[in-house]
Design a protein around this ligand. Structure first.
Ligand code: PAZ
Length: 376
């Protein structure tokens, strides 16, 4: 099947999110305003996508991403003069708020206190930082430099990504797509998705079947909760305690179509496209990043390892040497041995001395400068 056919099939069979049109209208107005002002616009994607197991979703598959990379990058892009569309997983980290909403030292309310006059004020020890971050946030909001658009599921994400990327096309090479979201590679297609909560007991399954029979329906045969009792067998593949098949939840996932090629060729063909590649095995990171670059013909892949992603990333781009960016260590220099261990995925004991996005964004901007020059 061609890339275009895959795209058509996916988008015609997976319903769009409820607010897609409203989000697209917001994005259009935002892009038009900044295009008129000659400002660059970056679309930052951030956080994980969920994979619902039921149409009326009680359960879903998720991934680890908290959206730190995306939210932090958005701040540095704003600092670098970009207008930012922040397409993020709902309730994940957001620019500026992240400094207080997900702190390891306490929740948001722990940073506040009731003052003498009865009003609320920042705790004295965090007040300077809060004023500084609040003022950066207010500037971004009042100057209309930050547009936040949420998604939840993999389907929502892909619909939103396509709609916004197509709008970004009007920016030509001045548009930048910075794809940092952790996007699921697998999903349950609608025709195999249970309508209702998947039942774990025989009673629940029988009740569902009886209700469906009374309504003259055949229960969705693709419902993963429904098992053919004729086949009731113990079919363990290993030595774990024997569980009858009907008591198990066997989830059958399809691959999510790879739509990066469609984005690069069709949705935003003149913009600069940079994606992230996440791996856990250090021996394959650069090979996979190069492979992605060749397969999708875009402009930059930023490789990172799950364990060391806050310490080091590698820029892989066409015609250039691999470029490793690394943060400083607190109170000591990197030795050759330290770097070797880091590259093998060994995490230093202390926290990073700074945010690696401080280095990533200027390096991306430099490549974007070159992209604009080359595509004028
Ligand atoms: O959200 P986070 O800061 O915890 O993680 C960021 C990340 C590892 C998801 C991102 O840097 C990344 O690699 N995104 C692409 C993941 C992928 O290969 O699909």
């Amino acid at each position: 099947m061609s890339a275009q056919d895959q795209e058509d099939v996916y988008f015609s069979t997976n319903p769009p999110p409820r607010h897609l049109e409203a989000h697209a209208a917001q994005a259009r107005a935002f892009i038009d305003a900044h295009a008129a002002a000659g400002r660059r616009v970056v679309l930052v994607t951030s956080g994980g996508t969920t994979v619902p197991l039921e149409k009326q979703t009680v359960r879903f598959i998720d991934n680890f991403s908290a959206g730190t990379r995306g939210a932090t990058s958005a701040e540095y892009f704003l600092e670098a003069g970009y207008a930012v569309i922040f397409l993020h997983r709902e309730f994940s980290l957001t620019p500026y708020a992240r400094h207080f909403s997900h702190a390891t030292t306490g929740g948001f309310l722990d940073f506040l206190e009731v003052g003498q006059g009865g009003g609320v004020s920042a705790r004295p020890d965090v007040s300077t930082k809060m004023v500084e971050i609040l003022s950066r946030y207010h500037t971004a909001r009042t100057e209309n430099l930050l547009l936040s658009i949420p998604f939840v599921t993999i389907g929502d994400y892909l619909h939103e990504l396509r709609a916004i990327s197509r709008l970004m096309a009007s920016l030509g090479p001045r548009g930048l797509l910075y794809l940092a979201a952790a996007v699921s590679d697998f999903f349950v297609p609608p025709e195999r998705m249970a309508e209702h909560k998947i039942q774990s007991t025989d009673l629940g399954k029988r009740a569902q079947e009886a209700a469906a029979a009374a309504a003259g329906q055949d229960l969705n045969s693709a419902d993963s909760s429904k098992q053919d009792s004729e086949e009731e067998e113990f079919d363990n593949f290993d030595s774990s305690p024997r569980v009858p098949r009907s008591k198990r939840l066997i989830i059958d996932l399809d691959p999510v179509p790879k739509l990066l090629l469609n984005l690069v060729d069709g949705w935003a063909p003149r913009g600069m496209v940079s994606s992230f590649k996440l791996e856990t095995d250090p021996t394959i990171l650069v090979t996979k990043a190069r492979y992605s670059l060749e397969r999708y013909q875009h402009h930059l892949v930023i490789g990172n390892l799950l364990a060391t992603r806050k310490w080091e990333v590698v820029f892989v781009s066409p015609g250039r040497e691999d470029n490793w960016l690394r943060v400083k260590r607190r109170g000591r220099e990197w030795s050759e041995e330290d770097v070797k261990r880091l590259r093998q995925g060994e995490v230093p004991k202390e926290e990073p001395g700074e945010e690696i996005e401080r280095f990533i964004i200027p390096a991306v901007k430099e490549l974007h400068d070159q992209h604009i020059k080359a595509n004028k």
